[in-house]
Design a protein around this ligand. Structure first.
Ligand code: SF4
Ligand code: SF4
Length: 134
């Protein structure tokens, strides 16, 4: 049977425990929301022609208010990674625009006959491709 003294001691114990937890309190905050970065546009080689802006089927891009500026990626999280902006870029070969595939989409595959290992975005990909050898 508990007595008044037992309860006092128990409450004191709880207070001590709470004080100890507060002393060592760790603040936990969620990760800051970070937009994805589906496109890497090189300001050195992009001319700001806005062909990519025109061809994106879902209007991820917008023209830069600065006529010589690179296009603005205004809705990065909604990109389909379809490549309609990248392939027709007249300065693709100079590296003006690259799709920055998420890790989960960096697919690898093998050629059965030779066992060669390929992945998206690799240097010197197997034919058919229209890139110059790196
Ligand atoms: S990335 Fe290519 S298509 Fe897009 S604005 Fe620059 S040069 Fe033109
Ligand atoms: S990859 Fe496709 S959806 Fe994404 S910006 Fe380029 S054209 Fe638009």
């Amino acid at each position: 049977m508990s007595t008044e003294t037992d309860r006092d001691e128990s409450e004191q114990g709880l207070d001590l425990e709470l004080a100890r937890l507060r002393e060592h309190a760790v603040e936990i905050t969620p990760n800051a929301a970070a937009p994805s970065r589906p496109l890497i546009i090189d300001p050195e080689t992009c001319t700001g022609c806005n062909i990519c802006v025109e061809l994106c089927p879902i209007d991820i891009l917008a023209p830069n208010p600065d006529p010589k500026g690179i296009p603005l990626v205004v809705f990065p999280d909604e990109c389909w990674y379809c490549g309609c902006c990248e392939m027709p870029c007249p300065y693709y070969d100079e590296g003006a625009i690259r799709i920055n595939f998420p890790l989960m989409q960096r697919v690898r595959w093998k050629r059965k006959e030779t066992g060669e290992d390929f992945r998206l975005g690799m240097k010197n990909p197997p034919p058919p491709n229209r890139r110059k050898p790196a």
